[in-house]
Ligand binder design. Structure first.
Ligand code: NAD
Ligand code: UDP
Length: 311
């Protein structure tokens, strides 16, 4: 008889973690969600308690924990700039000590571990689109550094645990992802624009809105994440949607879909805000046979629906 796969998802009550948990439970696997509820919510995991194979542990990854699991999906870390900048020292601790603790656990029990890394390891990129071979342009002392450098050291720890201890690691560089289960006050651009538009408020554009991002719908991202964990590839790999939009184009699209009469309110561009971002997903296509399928407009419509029903 096949052994049931036991998954640990750190950050399991957050946006991505809650989607991943549901997908693994629907595949019949066991899931332990671990979270300290810094940005995650009980609402995101409420419906998961109906699955017999689901457990939740309230725990902070900066403290060690002993569990018997096969796969560790290490997502715990605030992802929105306003949340990771709220207590920047804690953010660095979460990435560094949290990843160290999870790698220690993986080593002890022989588990595979996937790190949710980020496009932010490329900083304000001088190479466009960003390939995995690009080593980045990151400020070590700016307001985004707690997150960017935290994730960079987390990747370094993964590479060294693999070289030194033979731990099986997966390093996923996630590009801007959106969808249901984002907090209304998450602060990231898509949830901000949708919430503002649904409340008939002005849409806040930081800077002149010419900076770009490439947005991936959550279902596509989670498919890529599972393919990566089940692959043998143990170097960093980009997962994201390569369709690039300026933030102003995004604002116009959200406005068209919700209320074309809304005004824009221009605000100061935050320090170190990357000017452009677009993943090269050549590796993911070749190695995982993965590419995103959901266009921005379709993903936005699903997300708007969810926000409408939950606001
Ligand atoms: P999120 O803020 O919704 O989820 C993060 C989760 O981690 C939350 O549930 C939070 O409570 C939990 N957490 C934070 N610190 C913790 C700690 N010390 N101990 C235990 N739990 C802790 O963010 P998300 O968008 O779901 O991101 C998940 C992961 O993916 C993060 O590691 C993030 O850096 C990475 N990522 C996400 C994106 C994206 O666009 N969503 C892009 C790049 C990278
Ligand atoms: N942004 C914006 N208005 C908002 C929130 C964000 O113009 O209300 C901009 C932000 O300055 C950045 C882009 O949108 O250029 C993406 O921001 P987000 O915080 O979503 O992600 P990140 O900067 O980490 O990619």
């Amino acid at each position: 008889m096949d052994k049931n796969i036991r998954n640990l998802i750190t950050g399991g009550s957050g946006f991505l973690g809650s989607h991943l948990a549901k997908k693994l439970l629907d595949r019949g696997e066991e899931v332990i969600c671990l979270d300290n509820f810094f940005t995650g919510t009980k609402k995101n995991i409420k419906e998961l308690f109906k699955y017999q194979n689901f457990e939740f542990i309230r725990h902070d990854v900066t403290e060690p924990i002993k569990l018997e699991v096969d796969n560790i999906w290490h997502l715990a870390c605030p992802a929105s700039p306003i949340h990771y900048q709220y207590n920047p020292i804690k953010t660095t601790k979460t990435s560094f000590i949290g990843t160290y603790n999870m790698l220690g656990l993986a080593k002890r029990v022989g588990a595979k571990i996937l790190l949710a890394s980020t496009s932010e390891v490329y900083g304000d990129p001088k190479e466009h689109p960003q390939k995995e071979s690009y080593t980045g342009s990151v400020n070590t002392t700016g307001i985004r550094s707690c997150y960017d450098e935290g994730k960079r050291v987390a990747e370094t720890l993964c590479a060294d645990y693999q070289r030194v201890h033979g731990v099986e690691v997966r390093i996923m560089r996630i590009f801007n992802t959106y969808g249901p289960n984002m907090r209304f006050d998450d602060g990231r651009v898509i949830s901000n624009f949708i919430v503002q538009a649904l409340k008939d408020q002005k849409i806040t554009l930081y800077g002149d809105g010419t900076q770009t991002r490439s947005f991936c719908y959550v279902d596509d991202l989670i498919n890529g994440m599972i393919l990566l964990m089940n692959s043998n590839y143990n170097h960093p790999i980009n997962i994201g949607n390569p369709n690039e939009f300026s933030i102003k184009e995004l604002a116009n699209l959200v406005r068209t879909l919700i209320n074309p009469n809304l005004e824009f309110e221009y605000k100061k561009l935050p320090h170190d805000d990357p000017k452009q971002r677009q993943p090269s997903i050549q590796l993911a296509k070749e190695l995982l046979n993965w590419e995103p399928e959901i266009e921005l407009k379709d993903g936005l419509l699903k997300t708007i629906d969810w926000f409408k029903n939950n606001l």
